[in-house]
Write a protein that binds this ligand. Sequence first.
Ligand code: UFG
Length: 328
Amino acid sequence: MKKRIIVTGGAGYIGSHVVKALGERGYDVLTYDNLSTGNRWAVLHGDLVVADLSDSATLERVIRGFRPDAVMHFAASIVVPESVREPLRYYRNNTVNAIHLLEALQKFGVNTFIFSSTAAVYGIPGTMLVNENTPLHPINPYGSSKMMTEYILKDLSVALGDFRYVSLRYFNVAGADREGGIGQAYKEATHLITRALKTAKGEFQKLQIFGTDYPTPDGTCIRDYLHVDDLAEAHILALQYLLDGGRSDVFNCGYGRGYSVREVVGMARKVTGMDFSVEETARREGDPPALVADSSKIREKLGWRPQYDNLEYIVKTAWEWETAKRKT
Ligand code: UFG
């Protein structure tokens, strides 16, 4: 029998790529999304229920009707600087709504859960390469709100023997699927690659580089940029692992290689052929100097074999999406 999966946030950037991957693998998918940042057209498989996670009545009705074997929880607010300005909104959407979801799932005995966590839980790690045992010290409300949900999941798995989860800690997700007609569509996107490409396209006059005095070789922050299709594959593997009876666990998702902001800007100029303007400005609040994944655990334990560990490919697919994108 086809396994049934509810995907919260399945109309968003990462969620929609995972819905596509699930559909292609023959899973029966239902997306639950309030469309605050997602888009109806991005849901390529299964039904879409437009509702908020705080709406317990709808949530319970959907779970009762669909009877999922597992839930993948993407729905969240994800912009670091915004979380610094609006912490309560982040704790409500990312932590309180996760509790709503887990409570509803408990009512119907749904005990298999995949959580979108983030490298932001690590804060400013003492080392460039971060593994899953690195202590969690988030430095912004976004990271804290996700860390709290991780703690909740851990406590729940201890309290209820049947409840099993995987938290995937994403590093910097970018790029787009080449066939799906989906990509990063959030109009106010703040992420570096998207901002750089929108600048190349003329949507912004210049790209700001936030901070050139970090303790890194070129003074700008270093991140581990990961193609969204490789991340979607990591979700499929995590799901299969849990459905096969795997124990609760946490995995980093990144390639283990970092690029500075300046290197990304250089690649965006190369891929687009545009020598767009750049302005060096002050540091942005809440930014750690360097975050790079030690991803040996997911490679070994789940057999993850990323296909697109190539910054040029990542930027190229993001550019193809950006220039072909339908209007939202
Ligand atoms: N940056 C700029 N100019 C911009 C945008 C970003 O210089 O216009 C810089 C940032 O200061 C940072 C780097 O580019 O140094 C990357 O910033 P992003 O906003 O693209 O991404 P973040 O690293 O802040 O956060 C992202 C996700 C988080 C995740 C984190 C993990 O949004 O969910 O990666 O590394 F936790």
